[in-house]
Design a protein around this ligand. Structure first.
Ligand code: MGP
Length: 240
């Protein structure tokens, strides 16, 4: 069993009777979210609906690894949260360096602890701070890919059939795209499954397509990723 957190707001829930009632549905999903949940993962309350479930995080990490330009050696997880994606990216073994940016110190403590459980903590460079500032350290780098799984403004995104990405809080699609594409043309955004694809298509460069992939668990889409830039999915298309 891993060490227990000693700070309010960081939790290691091991029994259902300790678990917050309003999050109960996530208790039943805990092993879908972290396969090693019972090793003592640390979570904040918000992390339950923001973290990428492990099978999806692994699939995304595999897709990025096989499709990103070969000369890209660094990947940045701009909104690391409690570590779901950064851990999967580090475990893929594809990257010389994996950076994880998270502005909330408690959430960052969870991410580091969780990465220790998965044995990849020392493979990740941890940056505590606002991602729109921290990303500046990559100015001028030519070998960076940026992955961003931003907040979507809570769980309300599902209330409409089509989610308006111009209204996403606190950062809308345009803000995210403009902020990150300054640092890398290869950008992957993890967005609601019902995102407005017409809004996304406007960012396709002349004569080029954008790749959008839905990620599902048991046949139900949980989210989609948009791959901006020179990702090459030809290999997978031939295999299927
Ligand atoms: P969900 O909103 O809890 O819906 O999260 P779910 O489990 O499909 O339940 P349903 O009853 O509404 O059908 C689905 C997935 O979306 C989660 O596993 C997260 O990966 C992702 N997700 C949800 N939210 C609210 C966020 C968010 O704010 N940011 C990010 N990056 N991902 C989120």
């Amino acid at each position: 069993m891993s060490s227990k957190p000693d700070e309010k707001g960081i939790n290691q829930w091991l029994h259902v009777d300790q678990f917050p009632e309003h999050l109960k549905k996530y208790w039943f999903q805990r092993f879908k979210i972290w396969e090693q949940y019972d090793k003592g993962m640390w979570m904040t309350e918000d992390a339950w609906f923001g973290v990428t479930p492990e099978p999806i995080a692994n699939k995304i990490a595999a897709h990025i690894a096989e499709s990103a330009p070969k000369d890209k050696a660094i990947i940045v997880d701009a909104f690391a949260g409690v570590g779901g994606n950064a851990i999967a990216l580090a475990r893929s073994g594809r990257w010389e360096r994996v950076f994880a940016i998270e502005k909330d110190p408690k959430t960052m403590k969870c991410a580091k602890h969780n990465a220790e459980i998965y044995g990849v903590s020392s493979k990740i460079f941890w940056l505590t701070g606002d991602c729109f500032e921290a990303i500046n350290r990559f100015a001028g780098s030519k070998n960076v890919v940026i992955f961003a799984s931003p907040p979507w403004g809570g769980t309300e995104y599902g209330a409409s059939d089509v989610f308006d990405l111009s209204k996403m809080e606190p950062y809308n699609l345009d803000k995210l795209y403009k902020s990150f594409s300054k640092y890398s043309s290869e950008l992957v955004l993890y967005l609601p499954r019902n995102s407005d694809l017409n809004q996304i298509a406007r960012y396709a460069k002349d004569g080029k397509k954008l790749e959008v992939a839905h990620y599902a668990i048991m046949g139900a889409s949980k989210a989609l990723c948009v791959y901006f830039g020179d990702f090459n999915f030809d290999v997978e298309e031939q295999e299927s």
